[in-house]
Design a binder for this molecule. Structure first.
Ligand SMILES: [Mg+2]
Length: 288
């Protein structure tokens, strides 16, 4: 489950400005659902590792928040880099809007073109929580930020999604946040007058009537497509890759062609069922 993934991954890794600087810790086991260690090299010398306090400062600088107030600067390297990904997505979607649906869409040339977007650090930026938690993820304090709807839009992404919708793409959000957080997530993304209203278009309702914001159900509530895809995962609980790719497969099975998939984690993008993936920058945590 996403929450445990996040907690474990943050426990067993250190924040990293680059993958090369990622340091694996002692494989601390929290529960039976321990995730495998992140694959990275083993430093032979401390000189190969960025000092974690220095690294935290580099990340603050990257977000244009040198003093760690929790507000990122719209002119920061982070904002510039995220906006660049959003713009390249826009260019790609404008071109792809007029092409036939891809072979991924079960050979259905009449499939409706769609985009899929992750939430945390893809469409909503959680920098304020990273600072507040000092990069130590805690499900309780994080849930407070979620229910208070405290996250601003990721730079460039509202313009991208608005443009995609205008071009006729169905818009789906796919997050590892638990189902209990669905209403708050929708409110933060769109407009409900509570906390931050990021200004995204409302997600598209699917052809079978499902709403277009996919949150992660409890294992007992899994739909058939998740039960099947995750049967051999620990305790039958989907890994991020299985949860997300099986959900994309489900969406495509309903007559959609996912033309682009946007995520800040590689696990958002692996597993197929999208013509192209776009990776948003996130040096704060790693979800295997
Ligand atoms: Mg994310």
């Amino acid at each position: 489950m996403r929450l445990r993934n996040r907690r474990l991954s943050r426990r067993s890794t250190v924040v990293a400005a680059t993958l090369a600087a990622t340091l694996v810790g002692g494989g601390v086991a929290y529960a039976a659902t321990a995730q495998p260690a992140i694959k990275t090299f083993t430093p032979r010398s401390a000189d190969q590792i960025t000092n974690i306090d220095v690294l935290r400062q580099q990340i603050r600088n990257y977000y244009g928040d040198e003093l760690g107030t929790g507000t990122f600067d719209p002119k920061s390297s982070y904002a510039r880099e995220a906006s660049k990904v959003a713009r390249s997505g826009e260019t790609y979607l404008a071109r792809a809007a007029h092409k036939h649906a891809s072979k991924h869409a079960h050979g259905n040339k009449n499939a409706t073109k769609a985009i899929v977007l992750d939430v945390d650090d893809t469409t909503l930026t959680t920098w304020n929580y990273e600072v507040a938690s000092n990069w130590a993820y805690n499900p309780t304090t994080n849930a407070q930020f979620v229910t208070d709807q405290k996250f601003p839009a990721t730079p460039g992404m509202v313009a991208l999604v608005t443009k995609a919708k205008k071009l006729g793409y169905a818009v789906f959000f796919l997050t590892g946040r638990p189902a209990a957080q669905e209403a708050a997530t929708l409110g933060n993304l769109t407009k409900d007058g509570v906390g931050v209203d990021a200004g995204y278009p409302v997600p598209t309702t699917l052809k079978n009537g499902e709403d277009g914001l996919f949150t992660k159900p409890a294992v007992a509530d899994y739909p058939a497509y998740l039960k099947t895809a995750c049967a051999s995962d620990p305790n039958g609980s989907c890994t991020t890759i299985h949860y997300k790719s099986a959900t994309r497969a489900h969406i495509e099975s309903l007559g959609y062609d996912i033309v682009a998939n946007f995520g800040d984690q590689y696990s958002d993008l692996k597993g197929g069922y999208a013509d192209r993936g776009f990776k948003l920058p996130n040096p704060n945590y790693y979800l295997p």
